[in-house]
Design a protein around this ligand. Structure first.
Ligand code: FE2
Length: 284
């Protein structure tokens, strides 16, 4: 670790309506391509008003991507064309490879208090776009959570912190996904792969994300790093909580329409035609 990554860009999330009318914060998405390559989108849903989320995400297709959903609070019921059905709840992760095609629905339950979580979309390279779909539910208990030092607590969804490896391991773009909390006057130094895209999404508190930037607060800020082989994040008088995410860039053309992301417009046209003709599902 001798080449610290500096903050290259700071972006702000924006409120949007998705699905059948779910109010959420889009951290980045369609308009940011290819900035976060291999990642396409990060949504942060969080509300204590059921009217903001109960409409949910009724039956819809996906092709050409992988999604990772991480719930902090609340329940989301899901069901898909592979025959999976279940509820993701507080602290659970659902990982899905849409590959050649999956049709699913994601319906939040009414909760007392806050319903909060994240959905990340990782792109698939051309050679994997039409792979077999797959799906995994990961319970909170399977996600390693520990103190790195007396000020820093991590939950490893994917990747490696001091030799402990997270349960999401077969995503094609080799992502690392860590939920990090730093108490006041703490420092988290973490190696990352050179050449990989690395970003932090700050969702609580405030911290310093390199040695040059002023303090960055949680109001929907996402920090995209320049290249290097480690990041160092520290706090002064406030704690901070953020997702630290990295992955291997794909570097291919992106053709994206709603829930389907391919390489060419023609592949998109075929996908929507197949969906209309009910020939979309290639692997059950
Ligand atoms: Fe979906």
């Amino acid at each position: 670790m001798n080449n610290q990554r500096n903050v290259n860009k700071i972006l702000k999330s924006r409120s949007t309506l998705e699905g059948a009318g779910v109010r959420l914060e889009r951290v980045f998405g369609y308009h940011e391509v290819p900035l976060f390559d291999p990642f396409l989108l990060l949504d942060h849903f969080g509300s204590d008003n059921p009217d903001d989320y109960l409409a949910g995400f009724p039956w819809h297709p996906h092709r050409g991507i992988e999604t990772i959903t991480y719930m902090l609070e609340g329940d989301v019921e899901h069901e898909d064309s592979l025959g999976n059905k279940g509820v993701i709840t507080n602290g659970d992760v659902q990982w899905m490879t849409a590959g050649s095609g999956i049709i699913h629905q994601e319906m939040p339950h009414r909760s007392e208090g806050l319903m909060q979580g994240f959905q990340l979309w990782a792109n698939l390279p051309a050679k994997n776009k039409m792979m077999h779909p797959r799906y995994r539910d990961i319970k909170k208990e399977e996600i390693p959570e520990f103190a790195v030092n007396e000020k820093v607590q991590v939950k490893i969804i994917s990747g490696n912190v001091n030799g402990t490896i997270g349960p999401v391991q077969d995503i094609v773009t080799d992502p690392e996904y860590i939920d990090v909390t730093i108490k006041p006057d703490g420092t988290f130094k973490h190696p990352v792969k050179e050449g990989h895209t690395v970003f932090a999404y700050i969702f609580d508190g405030a911290g310093f994300f390199d040695n040059k930037q002023k303090e960055i607060t949680s109001k929907g800020s996402v920090v995209l790093y320049a290249d290097g082989d480690f990041v160092e994040i520290y706090t002064k008088d406030k704690p901070v909580r953020f997702l630290l995410i990295s992955g291997k860039p794909i570097g291919e053309p992106v053709a994206w329409n709603g829930p389907i992301v391919m390489n060419t417009e023609n592949e998109l046209r075929i996908a929507f035609q197949e969906y209309r003709n009910k020939t979309f599902i290639k692997h059950k």
